[in-house]
Design a protein around this ligand. Structure first.
Ligand code: SAM
Ligand code: SF4
Length: 472
């Protein structure tokens, strides 16, 4: 490690030591760890390190089953849908893995004007989206005032029965005062991916002198967001930059750091993008640490087992067959019908898919197609944001999520938003599949919670009768 690396809660040597010590784990011990996860307890680093060393196919299968069970217990038959909105790709950094990096002259630099932004939001709404995440390159033009204006415009833009009810942000770390501005205009989750928790790899991939080269400023970036009152924060790793086992440990240590610093609040979501090819970006073809599909599945199950209460996001970077396989083992949120070119949603309506993007998406299916597919798994599609509006964020969310009560509150609201989608936007085939899922889920809910079930049935009828944004 070089001189300029200061101390923080990621101890590289200790992480490797734990991974080494976890070699050849005793199956009995692994089963005890799995039982601890199933009881919705967050694991300790020593325990996660042992799971990382499991290679026995039967034990792995038990881990997948447990991960699926935890997902079911905490989130129920429900999956939240969103779509990213790329608002500007100017960037002052030179991250070696990213198509938006400063020196990439093959990318057209663009920032949506207000009119273009409105056009994009309307196109998303016409497809049925209700939740988005705004994404930007890092640039002085994209300061907190500018981003607040973008947020305001997104919330104000409504077309037909469409509206965006929650806008999250994936952007560079900011100062407390800046986060406060975003909080005031109703930001959802603030996401910052550490990219890699390994200090030396971080230094190699983020050239010295770049704003992003300050590992600690980024590592503590979400602490400042929480201090500013933003309740929900999302962490993530770009898998493929360094050894995936180390990165899983990094995510766990980051979670523990939040819990210890903020009275038990862990990250609201964990993301695990895999490195994708990007135009004129050789590193994306040459990394020494690409994660295979098999390891990807394993790492997702281990994250699910390690932090049972946290939302997990699987993006459209992944191919449809991977998404279909992995969603059941722990995913609570996915994006679909996504376009990541600047202005990509309006272009997509014309049937044009831009090539010069940050990276290439693996899943180009429409929102309607993906929703139909998850109906096959028996899942209710949720566009729900009632939880946030009813104050179920931060520590309140955690007090529900940790013992596994989220789905009792969220399932009825998910069903209400799904009903809206089926009536307003779905194709005939998706409507038919969706109504079947809804009716099965409603019957189950009524049997379990008779009083609330009746209320839910009445609210679903209100939607049939033309009311919108109905929630419990
Ligand atoms: N510019 C801000 C930053 O870097 O924090 C936020 C937006 S950046 C466009 C969003 C995320 O894209 C990054 O955090 C990184 O994890 C991911 N990303 C960058 N290059 C990628 C690639 N080639 N494949 C997949 N994901 C990539
Ligand atoms: Fe810029 Fe973010 Fe891409 Fe780095 S990852 S080059 S900061 S857009």
């Amino acid at each position: 490690m070089s001189e300029r690396i200061k101390k923080d809660f990621i101890d590289d040597a200790k992480i490797w030591d734990l991974i080494e010590k976890g070699h050849n784990p005793d199956p009995r011990e692994i089963r005890e760890i799995i039982a601890k996860s199933k009881a919705k307890n967050r694991l300790e680093p020593e325990e996660t390190a042992k799971l990382l060393n499991v290679s026995d196919p039967d034990l792995l299968e038990e881990m997948y089953e447990a991960a699926a069970k935890i997902k079911q217990d905490v989130y129920g038959n429900r999956i939240v849908f969103f779509a990213p909105l790329y608002a500007g790709n100017k960037c002052v950094n030179n991250c070696k893995y990213c198509g938006f990096r400063r020196d990439n002259k093959e990318i057209v630099r663009q920032t949506l004007t207000k009119e273009e932004l409105i056009g994009e939001v309307e196109a998303m709404e016409r497809a049925g989206h209700k939740r988005t995440i705004l994404v930007f390159g890092e640039h002085p033009d994209y300061n907190a005032d500018y981003i607040s204006d973008v947020l305001r415009t997104v919330y104000e833009t409504k077309t037909g029965r469409g509206e965006i009810r929650r806008a999250n942000i994936n952007y560079a770390p900011m100062e407390v005062e800046d986060y406060k501005k975003l909080h005031d205009v109703g930001i959802g989750t603030y996401q910052i991916f550490q990219e890699t928790y390994h200090h030396e790899t971080y230094a190699n991939l983020h050239p010295k002198g770049d704003l992003k080269s300050d590992y600690q400023y980024r590592l503590y970036g979400l602490d400042r967001a929480l201090q500013a009152g933003i309740d929900d924060v999302g962490i993530g790793v770009l898998f493929g930059l360094y050894d995936w086992r180390f990165e899983v440990m990094g995510l766990l240590y980051h979670t523990i750091h939040f819990e210890e610093t903020f009275g038990g609040i862990g990250p609201h979501t964990i993301s695990f993008p895999r490195l994708e090819p990007a135009l004129n970006t050789p590193f994306t073809h040459n990394s020494d640490h690409f994660v295979s599909d098999a390891d990807f599945k394993k790492l997702i199950a281990i994250i699910r087992l390690s932090v049972p209460y946290t939302g997990m996001i699987l993006t459209a970077r992944e191919r449809p067959e991977i998404r279909d396989e992995i969603i059941p083992i722990g995913i609570s949120q996915i994006d679909a019908g996504s376009r990541i070119g600047i202005g990509g949603y309006k272009e997509a309506e014309k049937g044009y898919i831009p090539e010069k993007e940050q990276f290439q998406l693996g899943d180009m299916r429409s929102l309607d197609e993906v929703i139909r597919k998850v109906c096959d798994f028996g899942y209710v599609t949720s566009f729900c944001t009632a939880g946030y509006r009813a104050g179920r964020t931060g520590d309140h969310f955690m007090s529900l999520a940790k013992p596994g009560h989220v789905h009792r509150f969220c399932m009825p609201n998910a069903m209400l938003t799904f009903k809206e989608y089926l009536l307003d936007y779905a194709s005939d085939a998706t409507r038919e599949a969706g109504e079947k899922v809804l009716s099965k889920e409603l019957n189950g809910y009524k049997a379990k919670y008779p009083d609330k079930g009746l209320l839910l049935e009445q609210k679903l009828q209100l939607i049939e009768d033309g009311q919108r944004d109905v929630y419990m």
